[in-house]
Design a protein around this ligand. Structure first.
Ligand code: ASP
Ligand code: MG
Length: 468
């Protein structure tokens, strides 16, 4: 059994739904379970309509309605499906009316609202597959067993989901039915609809794969796999053939728009490989993600950038020789529900980065009772995923390039997973440095390691675990 997940850009309209069906047909012997995103940019359009209802007080769903009804018409699907989708659109319209009247949009309502994208998508896709003689069945995520906590917008799945998913999907596949599951969504224990964070259908797919012990998860996108850099920025970016789970997770956390950051977790636990494929170019090999360490690692695997980051410098001489100081600092952030991305510490200071949207006033007030706090906005994290056994070479070249460009680097950190080196620059310098680094590391022919040079690092984290 394989899990095949198709993202919105691979499903944007009738032609692409046909294309997806053809791809599925070629893999039908592998007993696929499908996980789908909302069609095209529907999630963005739903969020836009919510903000129109909230801020301007009027309801507009024409764009969403026209697009879905046209797709149904183009695929020549019957009146029954049209009625079902019209009912969902009517429900969506009523919800938006509620938002426009109350001028209120809670996390719970927002999740309910965006869920329509995936719920409509699976119904259209499976009706089309049925018309193509595939015995498909659309399932809302909760009917497939997805139960989450109530953290709307960023829900975590409950452990029991795994057992429920395995039993519901196994019985369907045993009957020869191809399940088509709405990604991204779940329900909490009170029956409220929740979402797993933007791009969350990747996580839905890997959870299903882990629950059903699939042999592989295929993530079908609109690019040839994980690329060496963002292709919108670096036109020479090229696909990476093989990466480890650790590397893929670091790439996702630090801005590569390739996979949902939490999507690797179920695979790391179960060892199920993930294949990132291009639905517009199915013949391309794509990127394979599997457990490391991977032999013959190149010096650099990929470079990513994450903009709009805030840097917080906390300085206190009280930190000197004290135990528990860092715990206190981090607990201030934890109390306020603020997640930290990067950290660098010295004996008397700690620098950390956060997403810019967070309100830091309370944390800063509390921290300034015992430390000097400086908040610097407009920063970017540049992350290099590579072979840390060559970290001094990577750092030397990287900072040489920063120096040449006249960019200062206020913070550097090497991830504990030992695959990532991250550093901070100003937001407006990020694109230039990524292009320069990509040009240097990927486009030029560099001298090979001097003959006889030994691996100078100790064992990797994974190797250590194996040794223990
Ligand atoms: N449709 C949702 C989004 O656009 C989830 C997903 O595509 O994975 O974020
Ligand atoms: Mg999407």
């Amino acid at each position: 059994m394989v899990v095949m997940k198709f993202g919105g850009s691979s499903l944007a309209g009738a032609g692409l739904l046909r294309n997806m069906t053809e791809i599925v047909k070629t893999r039908i012997k592998q007993k696929p379970i499908l996980v789908l995103s909302a069609l095209g940019d529907t999630t963005d359009h739903l969020l836009e309509s919510a903000s129109t209802a909230l801020n301007k007080g009027f309801v507009s769903i024409e764009k969403i309605e026209d697009f879905h009804l046209k797709t149904i018409e183009d695929l020549a699907l019957g009146a029954e499906l049209q009625k079902e989708i019209k009912n969902l659109l009517w429900e969506l319209g009523s919800l938006l009316t509620g938002i426009s009247l109350t001028r209120e949009l809670t996390g719970r309502t927002k999740d309910y609202l965006v869920s329509f994208g995936e719920r409509i998508s699976v119904r259209i896709a499976s009706a089309y597959m049925n018309s193509q003689k595939i015995n498909a069945r659309a399932l809302d995520a909760w009917d497939a067993g997805f139960v989450s906590d109530s953290a709307f917008g960023q829900a975590e799945l409950r452990k029991e989901s795994y057992i429920r998913i395995a039993s519901s999907l196994r019985s369907l596949t045993a009957e020869g039915i191809l399940p088509v599951i709405a990604g991204f969504i779940a329900k909490d224990e009170d029956g409220n609809i929740t979402t797993l964070g933007r791009g969350g259908s990747d996580l839905s797919a890997t959870v299903i794969a882990a629950a059903c012990k699939a042999v592989e998860v295929q993530i079908w996108k609109d690019v040839d796999g994980i690329l060496t850099a963002d292709p919108r920025l670096v036109k020479e970016a090229r696909p990476v053939e093989l990466v480890s789970y650790d590397e893929a997770a670091e790439l996702a956390y630090f801005g590569a728009q390739v996979l949902h950051p939490r999507a690797m977790q179920p695979c790391i636990k179960t060892g199920i490989p993930v294949l990132v494929k291009n639905s517009f170019n199915p013949a391309a090999p794509g990127t394979r993600i599997e457990s490391g360490p991977i032999q013959n690692t190149p010096m650099i695997r990929a470079i990513t950038g994450k903009k709009n980051v805030t840097l917080v410098d906390i300085v206190s001489t009280r930190m000197l020789g004290q135990s528990g100081f860092l715990a206190r600092v981090f607990s201030e952030f934890a109390k306020n529900g603020i997640s930290i991305d990067m950290i660098a510490t010295s004996e008397v200071s700690v620098s950390l980065t956060l997403d810019a949207e967070r309100d830091l006033s309370t944390v800063c007030r509390e921290l300034s009772e015992y430390a000097g706090v400086e908040v610097k906005t407009g920063k970017a994290i540049i992350t290099i995923i590579g072979d840390v056994c060559r970290s001094s070479e990577i750092l030397c070249e990287t900072f040489g390039i920063c120096r040449k460009l006249g960019f200062q680097v206020p913070m550097v950190s090497q991830g504990a997973s030992k695959v990532n080196i991250s550093f901070i620059v100003n937001d407006n310098e990020a694109d230039t440095i990524i292009k320069e680094l990509h040009g240097f590391f990927f486009m030029e022919t560099k001298p090979k390691k001097p003959p006889g040079m030994k691996r100078t690092c100790g064992p990797s984290v994974r190797e250590c675990k194996e040794i223990i």
